[in-house]
Design a protein around this ligand. Structure first.
Ligand code: NA7
Length: 549
């Protein structure tokens, strides 16, 4: 329970909108809501802005969506002027871009760094949110925008003995700013998701020896990164507004990939393999998964795409026992986040790299000198946990969100997250969520989803003001209808077959619920637009006595 007797050391700050998070979503929310003349402020736990791109500084950290796509679209001058040096942005480059945007649009003055929000309480009578920071500051605001990220709560597994380890250990999402030099060290990387797949080739090139502890093999495709081609850049920039509009008409919010027209099974094997080969050479995940209409809905079709990649792994990795361990067989390709890599599979041909199967012989404990598995001990100087995040709900689970009417978000979500359109939660008025559960965010070009969500939120607040209203809340019925729809869409695909962070499988005890909306950005945006144009069916809009002037 929040401490009612608490008296804040500093005066309470009064805002129209309090924003939790200073990443890509929080920053755009400042810009957009400020444009409505609202008093806004974002609270950011980090010592710098940038969210995901501030924290994830591990070697090789890079976006898996092409940089000309993975950028804000709200300012044409910005997208015309910014120069991306490579096909895919590195973490430092994306962070530089975010800082440029913050300066260019004067966003920094409304971001409070080093500030973690611990409690958020909606007072129904006052019709306002009170947020409390870790060090006791209070903020009051009519509206609250949760822009706290989807992959922002790093998780180190609860291994016995971790504190006894005499070497250094790191988590991919909490990487030291000064970097880590692994030269000459015996290193262990635990985890082979996107973070592990990106860092492993680079750590292997530095370390004396690298042991990769793999529980589940993941599919990875070559990124085919390289310097930005000037003609490609100028062509893309000339077409930018049209390309952004076209992207909004696609499931992934990414333009430039022709819509597939055929089932994988309608094509002769040779022709199908030629198509996969051309996608493999092209690089990128969307183009591969978009090769045929049914790769994510038909297991039989998917098997052809999965087997093509397994064969690539077998022909790349010389040691066939290692190749078989690296070839995923427990999930259809694309049903877990498809990794993009540079020389990932080739790395296992190095003499100083060993793959350790911790599925057949699990990690039992971390010892003073390394990792103990059921099959034996591995002596290490450094351990890297690329073990992922409490995805999608972690950041909100870490805030004590409740109302004076007795609603508690942790209880409301005990069986899995419930939202209407991924944007609001019944029983929690005036609290908006950006790209949370029930939103297509993580299955799309994330910045497009962020802009779409924030625009929708800004329009909703503007609508309330124009109608002399000051409260919006979804009905429980609309929420259940949306959650059922999200589940039904997921169940019509192959996604639920995988033990992914989309279903919370990596967090012991987390309810297994498919969290992202996989019906596509295009369908989702249409629905959101219809709701706004139709006067917000499914939401109750009202006016309340309020202490906010
Ligand atoms: P992921 O994709 O959640 O990957 C985490 C990896 O860590 C995955 O291979 C896990 O194996 C492994 N893991 C987790 N716990 C353990 C334990 N206890 N023992 C062994 N291995 C373990 O996180 P990432 O940071 O790579 O990527 C997150 C997203 O960021 C990514 O999808 C992109 O969207 C960007 P498991 O599969 O659970 O068996």
């Amino acid at each position: 329970m929040p401490d009612a007797s608490h008296s804040p050391a500093r005066p309470t700050r009064q805002l129209d909108v309090a924003i939790v998070g200073g990443g890509l979503a929080g920053l755009y929310a400042i810009h957009r809501l400020r444009g409505l003349g609202l008093k806004v402020r974002a609270y950011e736990a980090g010592s710098g802005i940038g969210g995901t791109w501030f924290w994830n500084r591990y070697p090789g950290a890079r976006c898996d969506v092409e940089s000309l796509e993975y950028s804000y679209s709200f300012s044409n001058e910005l997208q015309q002027e910014w120069k991306w040096p490579e096909r895919y942005g590195t973490q430092p480059e994306i962070l530089r871009y975010i800082n440029h945007v913050a300066d260019r649009f004067d966003l920094r003055r409304d971001v409070q760094l080093n500030t973690r929000i611990k409690v958020a309480t909606f007072d129904s009578k006052a019709n306002e949110w009170t947020l409390r920071t870790e060090d006791g500051e209070e903020i009051r605001a009519r509206y609250c925008v949760m822009a706290a990220g989807n992959l922002s709560t790093p998780r180190v597994p609860d291994f016995k003995g971790i504190q006894s380890f005499k070497g250094k250990w790191y988590h991919s999402g909490l990487w030291p700013h000064e970097g880590v030099d692994f030269t000459g060290l015996r290193v262990g990387v635990i985890g082979t998701g996107s973070s592990g797949v990106q860092m492993i080739p680079i750590i292997a090139s530095q370390a004396k020896h690298l042991h990769v502890f793999q529980r589940t093999a993941n599919f990875s495709l070559p990124a085919r990164n390289g310097p930005m081609e000037p003609e490609r850049e100028s062509r893309h920039k000339a077409e930018y507004p049209a390309r952004r509009a076209a992207a909004a008409e696609t499931p992934f919010a990414i333009a430039g990939h022709p819509k597939p027209t055929q089932s994988a099974l309608d094509v002769p094997t040779d022709e199908r393999n030629r198509a996969y080969e051309s996608k493999w050479q092209e690089g990128g995940s969307i183009s591969y998964l978009y090769a045929y209409t049914d790769l994510l809905v038909s297991k039989e079709s998917n098997d052809t795409a999965s087997e093509f990649v397994r064969n690539k792994i077998r022909s790349t990795v010389k040691d066939q026992k290692t190749a078989e361990l690296l070839a995923p067989k427990d999930h259809p390709i694309g049903t877990k986040r498809l990794c993009l890599d540079t020389n990932y599979y080739e790395t296992y041909n190095r003499d100083n790299v060993t793959l350790v199967d911790v599925r057949s012989a699990p990690i039992q404990e971390i010892t003073e000198t390394g990792v103990r598995t059921a099959a034996g001990d591995y002596e290490l100087d450094a351990i890297v946990f690329a073990t992922g995040f409490d995805a999608m709900t972690g950041a909100l689970r870490e805030i004590d969100v409740r109302t004076t009417e007795g609603a508690v978000l942790a209880d409301h979500w005990a069986g899995g997250p419930l939202t209407y359109l991924g944007l609001m939660v019944s029983g929690f008025p005036n609290m908006f969520v950006v790209t949370g559960p029930g939103s297509p965010g993580v299955k799309t070009q994330m910045i497009a989803s962020i802009e779409q969500h924030v625009d929708w939120i800004a329009d909703a607040i503007d609508h309330l003001h124009r109608h002399q209203l000051d409260r919006i809340a979804p009905s429980a019925d609309a929420e259940s209808e949306w959650v059922n729809h999200v589940n039904a869409v997921a169940d019509s695909t192959l996604y639920p077959l995988a033990n992914s962070w989309y279903v919370g499988a990596n967090i012991p005890g987390k309810p297994r619920v498919f969290m992202p909306y996989v019906g596509g950005f295009d369908r989702y945006k249409k629905r959101c637009d219809e709701v706004a144009a139709g006067g917000y069916p499914g939401f109750t809009l009202s006016r309340h006595e309020s202490v906010v002037a």
